[in-house]
Design a protein around this ligand. Structure first.
Ligand code: RVP
Length: 494
């Protein structure tokens, strides 16, 4: 009989990294890494596919910082695909398939369109896509009658336009010379084929580290499940331009997950598919064999997760990542360490254990860009956060159907009181804009890479060594024998 007991499982608080010989300057450090076989990010951070963490706004902010967001799937297929679309259109060297409006639309409709896509103007086209003019904030701002038609207020052709494929520098020169903000790109028949905006040039300078695809658009991932119309969801997301799909369940070592990965891969070979979650070497091997381009590790470490108490299942996260990475490394497949991170040092520990990137929930749920309103409680600011296996996330309310249940392989039941939750609902302190949070997290990681002597993420994985610590060691690690009087931006006690 095989051993009944595995060896001891360790998690972030059980280990520290050994300082190693370091011959680099901190500015030599390269934090780029692979999310999956073909998706590279500039910082090794993903925002979690959770309804209180990642919608389009967070995904845009994450990609601008150099990481990537994974859009949650607790919403309809159409809504999730529309969010992919919003991220892909948000900022790029060029918009390849610009939003357009018909001349007979009203200003109210134009307002609504601009608001929805956060844009300041729209090219006006006929049914064949021929460019007729452009309507911008400047044209609309002083018009009191919002029922007027776009054709009455737009700036009509001839406009300054460019040919498809125009070099960046030439486009910039046209924008500058004519003092315009938008340059429509047209083909020989005058049909609109693209749009270049000043805003995109400015943003490219403002976010030099942004994670982008080959066409200069921000990267984005999105989650799908295994039940019901999960495959149709994957298709819709891929059609909308998603860079990778995550088959996202609480038990990735199950046939349903492998089958879904294989099905998506066989029909969409060009899109990376990440599978998860698993926590053992065998689980990782099964996902490799199913054809995954990336593997997500974590059963039970999440701050809002109760799987380990409700089901008694899980593997402490450092050991889980280490074991999964043994199988993934043989196949050359990247590993995502998902859940349980509390401090920037945990990112470095995950990498040394074998992760290429990490996925964060609670550390990002308090950001300005996460979905949901600010809560004021006793003069302090919070944002709500909950597990996707919590009662709140799995319950369908009226019209609003929950798509979260099948993450935990739970069926549609007659009453929601029949659900078996594996997560809880709560709140986390408000942390301000994502950029400030990421600055601290990546800053801490860079310090760690310097201490270990790993100039790159792969070097970190190879050179890093752990020491196991005791409860006394953990006490010694945290501030002790002092009362904190000033809050640090990157530390709070548990
Ligand atoms: P954390 O960063 O510790 O808050 O963990 C986030 C992770 O927890 C998610 O990426 C997901 O894998 C997991 N999760 C989400 N919901 C639940 C649950 O309800 N149990 N767990």
């Amino acid at each position: 009989v095989p051993e009944k007991f595995a060896r001891l499982g360790l998690t972030y608080d059980d280990v520290l990294l050994l300082p190693g010989e370091s011959d680099m300057a901190p500015q030599d450090i390269d934090t780029s890494s692979l999310v999956s076989r073909n998706v590279r990010v500039n910082i090794p951070l993903l925002s979690a596919a959770m309804d209180k963490v990642t919608e389009a706004r967070m995904a845009i902010a994450m990609a601008r910082q150099g990481g990537v967001g994974v859009l949650h799937r607790n919403l309809s297929i159409e809504e999730q695909a529309a969010q992919v679309d919003r991220v892909k259109r948000s900022e790029s060297g060029m918009v390849t398939d610009p939003i357009t409006i018909r001349p007979d639309a009203t200003l109210r409709e134009a307002d609504e369109l601009c608001g929805r896509f956060r844009i300041s103007g729209v090219p006006v086209t006929d049914a064949a896509g021929k460019l007729l003019g452009i309507v911008t904030n400047r044209d609309m701002a002083f018009e009191l009658d919002r029922t007027r038609q776009v054709r009455d207020v737009m700036t009509p052709m001839p406009l300054v336009t460019g040919k498809v494929g125009i070099p960046r520098s030439e486009a910039m020169e046209l924008l500058r010379r004519h003092k315009i903000e938008k340059l429509p790109l047209v083909d020989d028949d005058g049909r609109i084929k693209g749009l270049i905006t000043v805003k995109d040039f400015v943003k490219a300078e403002q976010y030099p580290n942004a994670a982008k695809d080959a066409e200069g658009r921000l990267l984005v991932g999105a989650a799908v499940g295994v039940a019901g119309d999960a495959y149709e969801r994957a298709q819709a997301l891929i059609e909308a331009g998603v860079d990778f799909v995550v088959v996202d369940t609480a038990h990735g070592h199950s046939r349903l997950v492998g089958d879904m990965v294989a099905k998506i891969k066989s029909n969409h070979a060009g899109v990376d598919v990440v599978g998860g979650n698993i926590a053992t070497r065998d689980g990782a091997k099964a996902l490799v064999d199913a054809g995954c381009d990336g593997i997500k590790v974590g059963v039970g470490p999440g701050s809002i997760c109760t799987t380990r108490v409700v089901a008694g299942i899980g593997v402490p996260q450092v050991t889980a990542i280490y074991d999964a990475a043994l199988a993934a490394r043989e196949a050359g497949i990247p590993v995502i360490g998902d859940g349980g991170l509390q401090y920037s040092g945990d990112i470095a520990k995950a990498i040394v254990a074998g992760a290429d990137t990490v996925m964060l929930g609670s550390l990002l749920a308090g950001c300005q860009e996460s979905p949901g309103e600010l809560l004021f409680i006793n003069g302090k600011q919070f944002k709500s956060y909950r597990g996707m296996g919590s009662l709140g996330a799995m319950q369908s309310r009226g019209e609003q159907r929950s798509f979260s249940k099948d993450r935990y392989f739970q069926e549609e039941v007659s009453g929601d009181d029949k659900l078996i939750p594996e997560g809880i609902e709560g709140q986390v302190p408000y942390r301000g804009p994502l950029s400030a949070v990421v600055h601290q997290l990546v800053g801490g990681l860079r310090q760690s890479m310097f201490y270990v002597g790993g100039r790159t993420v792969p070097q970190m994985k190879e050179h890093g060594r752990f020491v196991r610590i005791t409860a006394a060691g953990l006490t010694e690690s945290h501030p002790h024998d002092i009362q904190m009087t000033v809050e640090a931006p990157n530390y709070s006690s548990r």
